[in-house]
Design a protein around this ligand. Structure first.
Ligand code: HPA
Length: 274
């Protein structure tokens, strides 16, 4: 049987038939920012369907693909379309893109998502640098035999959302005149939104925002020694905090509304983080 590592190396070779670009920065972009992949200069585009080990995407709208090229003067690898645990993939499958990006040579990873705001000062439309996470997804992408070629059995997560990158991000935000907050991101598996009782519990646990993604990718990135910058767009008040029921429409409306600012921030970050 072909191992995960062999499959990953086959995916690398598949990419290398299209591009020899060694990315500095990987990007995994959540709702509303996927179009950044279309801004990549001199792009090489590889459909996930052509990458061994990649799940066949159920994402509606467009088929997922990896885009390699230049953005804001840096060499990047952008995942256009991400995998979610709630789609039925294993957490290891959800993390396959990060692992490929890491194997292609990236040392930095920018991940974004939409999240419900739990902390009272977080309002829809706010951008939040993720300072840490609480994994309530019910599993870990590193379960099973450790792939020692990628990283250690028991990786340290005490600086998972790199403090130095966050400092740089705050400086970039200031220069760009973009207000940013900072907080702890928690995730359940989804796809149902949380109950008000779960949100109260999360608040007690120290979570500031809640979503259904990002954590598996970040764990896999840390395993490989990548430095991570995570940013949430607060798209709604979490369950039981606002007066209205939660809806995907509201999430999309908010991400649309902040799309321009958020993408400007991400592009400035790509250009300036080290
Ligand atoms: N909960 C979980 N995931 C989310 C939310 C939320 O309130 N908003 C956007 N993604």
């Amino acid at each position: 049987m072909i191992t995960v590592l062999e499959q990953l190396d086959e995916a690398v070779q598949r990419v290398r038939t299209q591009s020899d670009l060694v990315p500095e920065i990987g990007l995994i972009l959540g709702s509303g920012l996927g179009f950044i992949g279309d801004r990549v200069d001199q792009p090489a585009r590889i459909a996930y369907a052509d990458l061994p080990g990649f799940p066949v995407s159920t994402v509606e709208g467009h088929a997922g693909r990896l885009v390699l090229g230049h953005l804001a003067g840096r060499r990047v690898a952008v995942m256009q379309g991400r995998f979610h645990y709630y789609e039925g993939y294993s957490l290891e499958q959800v993390a396959v893109g990060v692992r490929l990006i890491g194997r292609l040579g990236a040392r930095l990873l920018i991940v974004t998502n939409a999240a419900g705001g739990i902390r009272e000062d977080l309002m829809p439309g706010d951008l939040m640098l993720i300072s840490d996470h609480i994994n309530l997804m019910g599993g870990n992408p590193l379960m099973g035999r450790n792939l020692a070629a990628l990283g250690p059995r028991f990786p340290d997560l005490s600086d998972a959302y790199c403090r130095k990158l966050r400092e740089q991000a705050r400086a970039v935000a200031e220069r760009e005149n973009i207000p940013v907050r900072e907080g702890v991101y928690a995730a359940f598996s989804g796809p149902s939104y949380e109950t008000p009782a779960e949100i109260r519990a999360l608040r007690t646990l120290g979570a500031d925002a809640v979503g259904m993604s990002t954590i598996p990718e970040v764990i896999a990135a840390c395993h490989m020694g990548l430095k991570v910058l995570g940013i949430s767009c607060i798209s709604n008040l979490a369950a039981g905090i606002g007066k209205t029921p939660l809806s995907h429409d509201e999430v999309q409306e908010t991400t649309q509304r902040v799309q321009e600012t958020f993408s400007r921030f991400v592009l400035a970050l790509v250009g300036q983080i080290r």
